[in-house]
Design a protein around this ligand. Structure first.
Ligand SMILES: [Zn+2]
Length: 67
């Protein structure tokens, strides 16, 4: 079960909107979803990648170990 980061624990953003956007993107990435709205990310050697927009991250999805 992936959970969102507590926004209270995140620093260094200029506005609450930026911080909330980061929390949402982080949540999607850790859920294995493209933060740009393209659905599931493909797993790669280094992390995950979106086949559609080329977004990539070295953050792996959580909760796939049981799959
Ligand atoms: Zn994408």
């Amino acid at each position: 079960m992936v959970e969102r980061i507590d926004p209270e624990r995140i620093f260094g953003f200029d506005s609450e909107a930026d911080r909330n956007r980061f929390v949402e993107q982080d949540y999607l990435i850790r859920s294995g979803m493209c933060p740009n709205g393209h659905g599931l990310l493909a797993e790669t050697d280094y992390g995950q990648r979106c086949e559609q927009c080329g977004f990539f991250t070295n953050t792996r999805a959580e909760g796939r170990r049981d799959a």
